[in-house]
Ligand binder design. Structure first.
Ligand code: C2E
Ligand code: CA
Ligand code: CA
Length: 553
């Protein structure tokens, strides 16, 4: 059926659209105005797609192909359905942009029918989703594959229908820290890894198992199972084959959800697998989790926090608590740490561990920290004005600040504004060995004369290695380190030697999380002079701190 090409360009063009493409039914589907050909199995990009080219990284070959496949499916494969419904089609899609990160786009197909009989032209419009839409899309992500969302769902449905007696599970997995791989090795290597994963899945999955790439680095397998262990074995197999590519090491994180009701929308169960996967993303010790109901709550909670955070900061719902630091021998207060609390009008006090990790991820910690630094300065200025004995307050400085230099000026400005000496505002940072930006930031702070406290010494990242050329003035021994070691003689010996060695290289020590008199005594014997912990005092509102300690200083 050969039709004359009708130019529909004018009637559909909308300003501000990132991209429009036109196809017409002429010897198969072909783009008018040049652009992209869908005639044969390959697609070709030329000037007509300059708009798309300028936003989508050419390196995201998989994404590109998937998009073109999706469109081909919609226009070609599904023209029957389209004809029945006569509706425009729209779906969302993640692609790597030229900026090097993945963005979500909304793709709309405007369709034109010839005499109401067959589809005669199609126009595609691609718009980047705004952050809110993007969030919604991520949350309610439809199960898609190399084809289009519906077609994958159809395949799954077919599989379910053919095997009514079997139970099915969804296994979702992704690469932890995939963005870092892109940054470190380049996007083309990132893409190579993704292609490698897809190709391997092709080989691992039998014809009863359907696999799909959802977005970016998220993959999913729909598989029958008769017992949990079968799924875990299958995952072990995938891990063996897929964890690591050439000499690049990375971690795969798996989430599993059972399809409890095969008549229900698969998306619901897919979301569950995603919640399970996300629940262990930051836990280096776990690589697989089964979906549990509370995971959904956690995800909703996260959304709630992100919706509220800006408002809460403006409404001064974040409050500075102070936890005093004591001289073990004299039991006098020698300083304090500023710790944030979220005082929510309805929910009450929300502890920092419920929101700081999230703020670290979404960047809001930068704003919150600055607010806290100013609160600390205000407090110091008040003590000064009221003639109280001054003790330094240490503030937490998230590593997020180190991504640019503005925090340095900000700190300097605060001290000027409140007319404070530098020694009163101490800086707590958790250092890691591998982050050059943080090391540089620490050096800069040191050069400017700030007192630097190495937070959480003895946990995760920080280690003796770091003490070698450190810029820090004080080491804060973490509560976990203390608790782990203080129980046994051998452990005690490690704590003792750590303290001695730290002193030898000229650093001071504060012990954090001291909960008993025995711990305090032991630390003091080892030469640690300052302690902070529940044995002495919990973090408290400024008013309580002033009442208890500031007056008697
Ligand atoms: P951190 O900087 O290591 O702070 C010490 C944490 O240990 C505080 O928890 C404190 O309340 C708790 N702690 C002190 N003594 C004891 C003890 O004897 N026993 C026990 N079990 N815990 C003790 P908090 O206030 O819940 O803060 C948790 C973490 O949240 C902080 O760990 C810090 O990493 C982060 N954080 C808190 N406020 C801020 C802030 O304003 N900015 C940033 N970036 N992070 C903050
Ligand atoms: Ca701290
Ligand atoms: Ca700490």
């Amino acid at each position: 059926m050969t039709e004359k090409i009708i130019d529909i360009t004018g009637s559909y063009f909308v300003d501000n659209d990132i991209l429009v493409m036109f196809w017409e039914r002429e010897a198969g589907w072909q783009v008018v105005n040049s652009g992209c050909s869908l005639i044969d199995e390959k697609y070709y990009i030329n000037d007509g797609l300059a708009g798309l080219k300028s936003i989508v990284s050419e390196k995201d070959r998989i994404g590109y192909e998937r998009l073109i496949n999706n469109l081909r499916e919609c226009v070609n494969g599904r023209s029957e359905g389209i004809l029945q419904n006569k509706r425009n089609l729209s779906f969302s899609f993640s692609m790597m942009t030229v900026k090097g990160y993945y963005s979500d786009f909304k793709i709309t197909l405007y369709l034109k029918f010839h005499k109401n009989e067959y589809l005669s032209a199609a126009l595609c419009r691609v718009e980047e989703l705004d952050p809110e839409e993007s969030y919604r899309y991520q949350l309610a992500k439809v199960i898609t594959n190399d084809k289009n969302p519906e077609s994958f769902n159809r395949e799954v449905k077919k599989l379910f229908e053919q095997n009514p007696d079997k139970d099915y599970a969804l296994i979702q997995f992704d690469i932890a820290g995939f963005k870092l791989i892109n940054q470190q090795y380049g996007e083309s290597v990132g893409d190579e890894i993704l292609e490698y994963i897809i190709n391997t899945l092709k080989y691992v999955c039998n014809d009863q198992q359907l696999y799909v790439r959802l977005t970016a680095d998220v993959f999913m397998v729909v598989t029958p199972y008769s017992e949990k262990n079968e799924l875990l074995d299958f995952i072990e197999n995938i891990r063996d084959l897929l964890q690591g590519y050439k000499d690049i090491e990375y971690r795969l994180v798996f989430g599993i959800n059972f399809v409890k009701d095969k008549t229900k929308n698969l998306r619901k169960f897919g979301d569950g697998a995603a919640f399970a996967r996300q629940s262990i993303k930051n836990n280096a010790l776990k690589y697989v989790a089964f979906f549990e109901d509370n995971m959904e709550k956690t995800a909703n909670n996260k959304k709630w926090i992100e919706d509220q955070m800006e408002k809460a900061l403006n409404k001064h719902e974040f409050e500075m608590f102070l936890q005093p630091k004591f001289s073990i021998s004299s039991e006098e207060v020698v300083g304090a740490e500023a710790l944030v609390r979220w005082m929510h009008p309805e929910k009450g006090m929300i502890p920092p561990m419920d929101f700081i990790p999230l703020f670290e991820k979404n960047g809001f910690v930068v704003k919150l920290d600055r607010y806290m630094w100013e609160e600390a300065c205000k407090c110091l200025a008040n003590w000064k004005k009221e003639g109280k004995k001054m003790v330094p307050i240490s503030v937490n400085v998230s590593r997020k600040h180190m991504q640019n230099d503005t925090y340095l000026e900000y700190l300097e400005e605060l001290l000027k504004k409140y007319d404070l000496e530098k020694k009163y505002l101490e800086i707590e940072i958790t250092e890691t060995l591998d982050d050059i930006a943080v090391s540089r930031g620490i050096e800069e702070l040191k050069q400017r004369g700030f007192t630097l406290l190495m937070d959480d010494f003895g946990t995760g990242y920080s280690s003796l290695n770091m003490l070698k050329d450190t810029q820090f003035d004080v080491i804060k021994i973490d509560r976990g380190f203390l608790n782990n070691f203080i129980e046994s003689d051998r452990g005690k010996s490690i704590v003792r030697h750590t303290i001695t060695m730290t002193h030898d290289i000229g650093l001071d020590i504060i012990a954090e999380g001291v909960e008993t008199i025995e711990q305090a005594r032991f630390l003091n014997e080892c030469g640690c002079e300052i302690a902070q912990g529940y044995y002495y005092a919990k973090p408290m509102p400024l008013s309580a701190f002033n009442e208890k300690y500031a007056s008697c200083i």
